[in-house]
Ligand binder design. Sequence first.
Ligand SMILES: Cc1ncc(C[n+]2csc(CCOP(=O)(O)OP(=O)(O)O)c2C)c(N)n1
Ligand SMILES: CC(=O)[C@@H](O)[C@H](O)COP(=O)(O)O
Ligand SMILES: [Mg+2]
Length: 627
Amino acid sequence: MSRPDTPTLDKVDGPSDMTALDDATLGLLATELREELISAVSETGGHLGSSLGVVELTVALHAVFRAPYDKIIWDVGHQCYPHKILTERRDQIRTLRQKDGLSGFTKRSESEFDPFGAAHSSTSISAALGFAAARDLGADTGHAVAVIGDGSISAGMAYEALNNAGHDKRRLIVVLNDNEMSIAPPVGAMSRYLTGLQSELGGLSASIKDHARRARALVTGQPDRGTLFEQMGFTYVGPIDGHDMGQLLQTLRAVQSRADGPVLIHCCTVKGKGYRPAEHSPDKYHGVSKFDVLSGAQQKAKSNAPSYTSVFGHALVDEAERDPKIVAITAAMPSGTGLDFMVERFPERTFDVGIAEQHAVTFSAGLAAAGMRPFCAIYSTFLQRAYDQIVHDVALQNLPVRFAIDRAGLVGADGPTHAGAFDIGYLTHLPNFTVMAAADEAELIHMVATAAEHDGGPIAFRYPRGTGVGVDLPAIPQPLPIGRGRIMTEGNDVAILSYGAHLSECLMAAERLEAQGISATVADARFSKPLDTNMIKQLLRHHKAMITVEQGARGGFGAHVLEWLANEGGFDRGMKVRTMTLPDRFINQASPMEMYEDAGLDAAYITVNCVELLGLVGGRFPAPLQA
Ligand SMILES: Cc1ncc(C[n+]2csc(CCOP(=O)(O)OP(=O)(O)O)c2C)c(N)n1
Ligand SMILES: CC(=O)[C@@H](O)[C@H](O)COP(=O)(O)O
Ligand SMILES: [Mg+2]
């Protein structure tokens, strides 16, 4: 079909504009949508490969279902850019993941076409089932459609939802978007099973599929029990070609009009479809920085310092060279966590368990119970999902699992869903735990060594996303004395007690104070548990005031310091102590420094708070809470 003078995409603001389009024009719309997507993401960066793979599926879903009355729920939401373009947000798509711009994920507050917010995986079937149950109880809502990837369906939550939905039998549509990729190549028995289904049934018409099944039953003498999904109570449709608009429309229309129970549509797609660099390297184009469309070359980080992630990965390999009991565990993020270096050097001692943080933690606990030294490397935000396992399987049994917690603090473009805000609080209050935060990349190396030799119980260390501060890296790592901090600069007016990677901001604040005639001591606490209470006592004795600073939510390091002061420190009266944490609200995406500024947690705010605490002038505080 030749292209019309005015692109079809220009005539589509929302899905209602698609109702008049015939099937061939919908195909054309998909082509234009893909071009718009590539052009926009080349300017903003973002999750390119996943979004490219669902262009036809997105067009077909919006052509067949009636959003926002019907609820289309994207799992993770990282593939929702074509959906955003088709649902009244095309004019903002080039603000994606930027300050004050569109979120990189689905977000309820952003659009009525995003019925459920996401970013952490494997929640879509549960949420869709919630909508379906509400509908059946009289809520004014139509079909509930969950779109979930082959990687995301490997997580426990997805099985819990399938199990419930298959038993429940209410009308629910699950589209399994199977591109045979997670961020890295997918792992696990389910992935193997889905690949088997694709090769066994892919490309056959429905009647030939039935025939093949009957023939197999005759030959093997075993009754045809259908697919795993059928055994779980779903009607299984597929596999279908997720880039063939005709097949997609025919299948979705049939399901839309006839489904009366749970249906799973197995839709096969190609990650990165239609953009050669992304199709060839689906892992490298899963999440991209800004790129040149012609060459595919992505913008490089400006700093020459290594990333914390790679420093961790190399430090762990070095420890593993020395100690054969060291093993490493990732939940589907080998490159994101730096464990790809371990995979390369010690493949047999590195375990990718799929998107399964809960399992990863208890699996690590099992390894520790058997005498191994497991490093469980999980982003702060994803570790939240495994909290009960941390408490019940690790802390309670005092098992020496080493938690390497990447993406601590505010992460930038991924926004509040990916902020590592809570781990200080949720780990430091657990009995048996030792908890550390790295102030820079050299400290991170020492903390890996500290964790490696710590067999006395669970131990965790956190570090941020991105490049380090550029300090020299130690040739020989030195395990740190447990519960001992260090003094960085000495002054006598105010003490700034930093925990973690905001140390550089604290040092900057000290310089600004110096310029105002105020002398500050800056200390690096290193540990939030156990606290270096001797150092804290000294800081309090020799300064007029003290401020704690951390890249985490309230109820973290500062709160532990205050609690110790009030209960055991004997310093509860007349002390000038203030904590600086993230505020009690979620911070929208921007660059990490802009996010910290929004949070009232940068060098400028630290400086002003010190001045104010000393009673010298009025302080400057973050803007009041937004509604
Ligand atoms: C709980 C959780 N763990 C890890 C991640 C990181 N993550 C985001 S997308 C992704 C891969 C998802 O694969 P799949 O569902 O197949 O989608 P695709 O990118 O292939 O379209 C992972 C591991 C996450 N978002 N949530
Ligand atoms: C969607 C998702 O959860 C991941 O792709 C995440 O965006 C990766 O973040 P990093 O870029 O920090 O590894
Ligand atoms: Mg996938």
